[in-house]
Design a protein around this ligand. Structure first.
Ligand code: AKG
Ligand code: FE2
Length: 336
C-alpha cells in the first residue's frame, strides 16, 4: 500500500475534516475511565439517565450503555449472520458493491481516512434502508440474512432514539425532535447499520502491522452504537475535549455493553456542547489475538432533508444530505 501525500489538510471544506487530517500518527496512550450508564427502566428513570448521558457526552463524548434492551441472543445472531456474509466468495460479494456516493453496499479496503491517507484494512457491508435495491443477498444465497439484519437495524434505531431523546430535552428541543429527524418511514431516511470485517493478521508481515484497521476519525453522524465481540479488542478513543492533543485509551469489549459515541452531526446540532469522539482501531500486537475481528456499528444519521443548526446558531444551517455527501466524498476519494 502506498501513502498518498496528506500534507495539505486545509483542502477540506468542513472544519471537522481539517481536524481529522492532522491526527493520523501513533500518538500516546493513557488509561481513562469509560462511563457506564444503566438504561434499565428507561421510562421511569429517564431524568436520571439523562443526567448521566449528558455528563458523559459533554465531558468525554463516549460511554457504554448497559441493560439497553437489545437481547444478547439478537446481538449474537447478528454477528453470526455478518460472518456468513463475509464468508461468501469475493465474486459473490461483488454483486453487492457500494455505488459511488452511496452509503449502502459492500466495499473492500476502499475507505481511505483523511487522517492516514491509506485504506483501512477491512471490508464492510452497509445497510441503509433507502438504498438497498439489488444489493441484498437473496434467500437462496444467505437464508434469513435480510430479515435478521432488518430486525437488528430497527432494534438499534430504537435504542439510538432513546438516547437522543435525552439529549434533545437538555438542548431545549422537543423530546421526539431527533426521532422525527431520523424517521425511518421517510424516503430521506439514511441511518446505517454497518457490518465490518477486519482481516486476520495471522499471516501478516511486519510491514502490514504499520497500517490501521481503521484510521483515526470522528463519525459523520449524530450518535454511533457499536457492538463488539469479547476478545476482539483494538478500539481506541480520545475524548472530544482532548482532541487537540490526542492521547488514546483502549476500550476493551464488554459483553452486554454497547459502546456509544457522539458524532460530528450532533456536535454541530448542539453548538459544540456535545463532543464528538476521535477513535480508531489499531492493529493487534503480535502477542494478542490475531484472528479476524468483526464489529457492528449503527450510525444514527439524520434524514437527508433535516436541517442541522443548533439553538444558538453557531454554525450556518446545512442539510444532513449535504453534510454526509461531503464526508463520504472525503473518505472514498483518495487524494492525489
Ligand atoms: O470497529 C470498530 O470498533 C469501530 C468502527 C468505526 O469506528 C467506524 O466504522 O466508524
Ligand atoms: Fe467510527
Amino acid at each position: 500500500m502506498s501513502r498518498p501525500d496528506i500534507s495539505t489538510p486545509s483542502a477540506y471544506g468542513l472544519e471537522e475534516l481539517n481536524r481529522e487530517a492532522t491526527i493520523g500518527g501513533q500518538g500516546t496512550c493513557v488509561d481513562r475511565a469509560i462511563p457506564q450508564i444503566d438504561m434499565s427502566d428507561y421510562e421511569n428513570r429517564k431524568a436520571e439517565i439523562t443526567d448521566a448521558l449528558w455528563d458523559a457526552a459533554t465531558q468525554v463524548g463516549f460511554f457504554q450503555v448497559l441493560n439497553h434492551g437489545i437481547a444478547e441472543a439478537d446481538v449474537d445472531a447478528a454477528f453470526s449472520a455478518a460472518w456468513n456474509f463475509f464468508d461468501l466468495p469475493m465474486a459473490q460479494k461483488e454483486h453487492y458493491l457500494r455505488k459511488v456516493g452511496s452509503n449502502a453496499g459492500w466495499e473492500y479496503r476502499a475507505q481511505v481516512r483523511p487522517s492516514t491517507g491509506t485504506p483501512d484494512n477491512k471490508e464492510s457491508y452497509q445497510i441503509t434502508m433507502s438504498g438497498m435495491d439489488n444489493i441484498w443477498p437473496d434467500e437462496a444465497i444467505l437464508p434469513g440474512f435480510q430479515e435478521r439484519m432488518c430486525r437488528f437495524e430497527r432494534q438499534n434505531w430504537k435504542l439510538g432514539m432513546k438516547i437522543l431523546s435525552c439529549f434533545a430535552v437538555r438542548l431545549g428541543f422537543d423530546a421526539d425532535f431527533f426521532t422525527h429527524n431520523h424517521d425511518p418511514a421517510s424516503a430521506h431516511y439514511q441511518s446505517t447499520l454497518r457490518l465490518i470485517h477486519y482481516m486476520s493478521m495471522e499471516n501478516a508481515t511486519d510491514a502490514d502491522f504499520e497500517f490501521w484497521r481503521a484510521g483515526a476519525h470522528s463519525d459523520f453522524d449524530c450518535l454511533t452504537l457499536l457492538h463488539q465481540r469479547p476478545g476482539q479488542g483494538g478500539l481506541q478513543v480520545c475524548p472530544g475535549k482532548d482532541a487537540d492533543n490526542p492521547a488514546w485509551t483502549d476500550v476493551p469489549p464488554v459483553r452486554g455493553a454497547v459502546t456509544c459515541n457522539i458524532g460530528d452531526m450532533l456536535m454541530r446540532w448542539s453548538d459544540d456542547r456535545l463532543k464528538s469522539t476521535l477513535h480508531r482501531v489499531r492493529m493487534p500486537r503480535r502477542d494478542e489475538y490475531l484472528g479476524p475481528r468483526l464489529s457492528l456499528p449503527f450510525f444514527c444519521q439524520a434524514n437527508r432533508d433535516a436541517i442541522i443548526q443548533g439553538p444558538e446558531k453557531k454554525y450556518e444551517p446545512i442539510t444532513a444530505q449535504a453534510y454526509l455527501d461531503e464526508r463520504i466524498r472525503a473518505n472514498y476519494t483518495p487524494r492525489a
